[in-house]
Ligand binder design. Structure first.
Ligand code: ARG
Length: 471
């Protein structure tokens, strides 16, 4: 226990907001394990918003007087300013954000503050605050993903006919276009975006008014608070309203999938940046040097984004474990719901920004990519397809004969388009010199015109379609 906490405790007057039936103040360790203000202060603005809506509703319904409502609003506005200019006196003494704000309100406006908590409990209050907080982040992720998609689209547009090797098993497979590769990620991030928006839709029901767990006998208007706070409707079951955290689990799941996509792209950036590949260049703006090896230019941002999946999926597991055994309704375990979400969402927010920056910064080394695309017999499938198309060979036979040709080329140490026609003819007499027209990586890529394929003509169509959506 540090000095700070000890001195806090010394000043504790022992009178908790919930302390009516208690005659002694809590043990220091009880206090320490119970306090959440150090992290739930992040809900401050949402808490004020919720209290504004609640007190307005209480006044409209005749549960508190207009005078009290106005005093509460003035006090809350003042508190909001204090929060924003960092002068709010957060204190361990008052446990959490709800009691810190209510206590400050009491200091500022006196007795009227005590009326704010009518027909409300911290259980529906925290559920509302947390939903509002997660909702803000979901909206932020949708915006960030749109920015990232625009960056990828821009790179795709500039590289519809930039040839690179496509890989399976990280072995050269068939030539593809760099634009096509960029659009593959754009598609993934678009699905991430729709997962966040689906999640927002289900999240967007208002728990406020569920009170502790059973609802209230005061004549509240839950539709009023729900619509004031931008929710689509009040949650229909008060037990569910205070107990549900699936909105946070769902948001974390979507974040986890999105982080996985960011990580896969990061992994490619790391590979492409290596001296062995040199497929891309990142400028000084998005690389770091080594303190010992002067030649180094490291893609640290990509590595860190790749690593952040660990924290984000850890957060998902962590909250799942907190929730999985809890009976209805509220249990204090649920206070542990926030930190994993805060950490995961901060990490994703930063990861999305860093990835957008890197994509904007990245330049493909077109010549190196193209040369690599011609290596490793990457047009062997084109050769097999030629047999099928031109001499009506069944694909399985074509595959077999192509395999023999590849073995011969490998033996001679040449690429398929360097292998002399006599060698081809020795293996398959029906081969003509026309074959050379399908053996270059460009013609290979160009030929893949099926819908969604890698041909520049197809990629241009996709770029156009995405331009219409994103601009
Ligand atoms: N700080 C608490 C939390 O985050 C607020 C709710 C407390 N409710 C209660 N019944 N003690 O969960």
């Amino acid at each position: 226990m540090d000095m700070d906490k000890l001195s806090n405790n010394k000043n504790n007057k022992g009178q908790k907001m919930w302390g009516g039936r208690f005659s002694a103040s809590p043990n220091e360790i009880m206090q320490e394990i119970n306090v959440s203000i150090d992290f739930d202060k992040r809900l401050a603005l949402q808490d004020i918003k919720g209290s504004m809506a609640h007190s307005s509703m209480l006044e409209v319904q005749g549960i508190i007087t207009k005078e009290d409502m106005l005093q509460i609003h003035q006090g809350l506005e003042k508190i909001k300013k204090e929060i924003l200019n960092l002068s709010f006196p957060f204190s361990h003494e008052f446990e959490d954000i709800h009691l810190n704000i209510e206590n400050r309100l009491k200091e500022l406006i006196g007795d009227a503050a005590g009326r704010l908590h009518t027909a409300r409990s911290r259980n529906d209050q925290v559920a509302t605050d947390f939903r509002l907080w997660v909702r803000d982040y979901l909206d932020n992720f949708e915006l960030q993903l749109t920015e990232l998609m625009k960056a990828l689209l821009q790179k795709a547009d500039e590289n519809t006919d930039t040839i690179m090797p496509g890989f399976t098993h990280l072995q050269s497979a068939q030539p593809v276009t760099f634009g096509h590769h960029m659009l593959a990620y754009l598609e993934m991030f678009n699905r991430d975006k729709s997962r966040f928006s689906d999640c927002r839709e289900r999240l967007n029901e208002c728990p406020l008014g569920a009170a502790a767990l059973a609802g209230t006998s005061f004549p509240i208007d839950r539709n009023f608070t729900s619509s004031t706070l931008g929710f689509s409707k009040p949650m229909a079951n008060s037990l569910d309203a205070v107990s549900a955290r699936d909105f946070a689990l769902e948001a974390l799941s979507a974040a986890n999938i999105c982080a996985t996509h960011l990580s896969r792209l990061s992994e490619e950036i790391v590979i492409w940046m290596s001296a062995q590949f040199q497929f891309i260049t990142l400028t000084d703006a998005f690389t770091t040097g080594s303190s010992i090896m002067p030649q180094k230019r490291n893609p640290d941002a990509a590595e860190l984004i790749r690593a952040k999946v660990g924290r984000i999926s850890g957060a998902l597991v962590s909250l799942t474990m907190v929730m999985k055994g809890l009976p209805l309704a509220y249990s204090k375990d649920m206070q542990e719901d926030k930190e994993p979400v805060f950490d995961a969402f901060d990490s994703l927010d930063l990861g999305l920004k860093a990835m957008t920056g890197m994509i904007n910064d990245m330049q493909p080394n077109k010549e190196i990519m193209k040369a690599a695309a011609g290596n490793a017999f990457s047009t062997a499938t084109d050769l097999a397809d030629w047999f099928v198309r031109k001499i009506n060979m069944p694909f399985r036979d074509a595959h077999h004969i192509t395999g023999k040709i590849v073995a011969l080329a490998e033996h001679k140490g040449v690429t398929l388009d360097e292998l002399p026609l006599e060698d081809y003819i020795k293996i398959e007499p029906k081969i003509t010199k026309e074959i050379y027209s399908v053996l270059s990586p460009e013609s290979s890529a160009k030929s893949r015109v099926s819908y969604g394929g890698t041909a520049p003509s197809e990629v241009k169509k996709q770029v156009k379609a995405w331009n219409n959506i994103l601009s």
